[in-house]
Design a protein around this ligand. Structure first.
Ligand code: 13P
Ligand code: ZN
Length: 271
């Protein structure tokens, strides 16, 4: 038995939040992450079986009663998580009433889960209902992707086609394309519902003028997805800075060949 602080879960969270901060995706308290953990994977730790306190979550998470999530705290800075993991992260279990969580580890300064926890949990609910292997939900503020949301029509087909054409890797990593919701107020149940709904068809959703919301099987995969989308967005931004006129491009045929070579099924509505 060892303390949860020494677990791979906490170590991965420390690593990914630092990397995300270093990528400029998480200024101040921007961004949040939740990771679903199975009860069997918690049995090795000495300090996660007692309820420290109960925290209300402001919506009904009955579908996932009893599930465990390691989640970033609201108002916490990604820049600081690797130095203060026990303060800035919390391990919570959805309580029997479905409207609160039991804190089992972390949030040592009285902290609470991210204000985007409704969006995270609604997404986890949908993923778990579909028996998805995706356990990680990550939200952050990638600069170039946000910039694109000011200058392009907020159309999934248009955005996805542009991002696919910016580099050969894009269509292989996100063949479904990118989902887009209308601009909505962060931290609300409404943005949560709209996002969770989109994430049944896409792995990543653009929150216009705000950021990205993505899912993956683990922290690494989810990070890699955001990194790939943001890389494509940054190439687009640089092309625009160079005057915007492209004399060469990745064409539809190239995208079809890429999809065949890497055995992915691109979104039929977009290609
Ligand atoms: P939290 O500090 O509550 O996680 O909020 C950050 C954020 O990015 C809101 O969209
Ligand atoms: Zn945000």
């Amino acid at each position: 038995m060892k303390p949860f602080l020494e677990s791979d879960f906490v170590n991965q969270m420390k690593d990914i939040t630092s990397q995300a901060y270093n990528h400029n995706w998480d200024e101040r308290n921007g961004g949040n992450i939740s990771l679903r953990i199975d009860s069997k994977d918690l049995s090795n730790y000495s300090d996660v079986s007692t309820i420290i306190r109960n925290i209300k979550i402001g919506f009904d998470a009955r579908e996932v009663i009893g599930q465990y999530y390691l989640v970033t705290g609201t108002g916490k800075y990604f820049r600081n998580i690797s130095s203060f993991p026990e303060r800035d992260l919390g391990l919570v279990q959805i309580a029997k009433d479905g409207k609160s969580v039991d804190l089992l580890w972390g949030f040592t300064d009285g902290g609470q889960p991210t204000s985007e926890f409704p969006a995270h949990l609604m997404t986890h609910c949908k993923l778990q209902k579909n028996n998805s292997d995706k356990r990680c939900v990550m939200h952050c503020h990638p600069t170039n992707l946000i910039a694109m949301s000011f200058t392009l029509p907020l159309q999934e087909k248009k955005f996805s086609q542009i991002l696919w054409r910016m580099q050969a890797e894009s269509i292989v990593v996100f063949p479904e394309g990118v989902g887009i919701i209308p601009y909505m107020t962060p931290g609300t149940n409404e943005i949560g519902r709209a996002t969770a709904d989109k994430l049944t068809r896409y792995k990543i959703v653009l929150w216009p003028h705000h950021g990205a919301f993505a899912v993956g099987s683990d922290l690494d995969e989810t990070f890699g997805l955001i990194e790939t989308v943001e890389k494509a967005a940054s190439i687009y931004s640089i092309i625009k800075m160079h005057g915007g006129r492209m004399i060469n491009s990745i064409n539809d045929n190239n995208l079809i060949e890429l999809s065949k070579r890497f055995s992915v099924q691109p979104n039929k509505e977009f290609l």
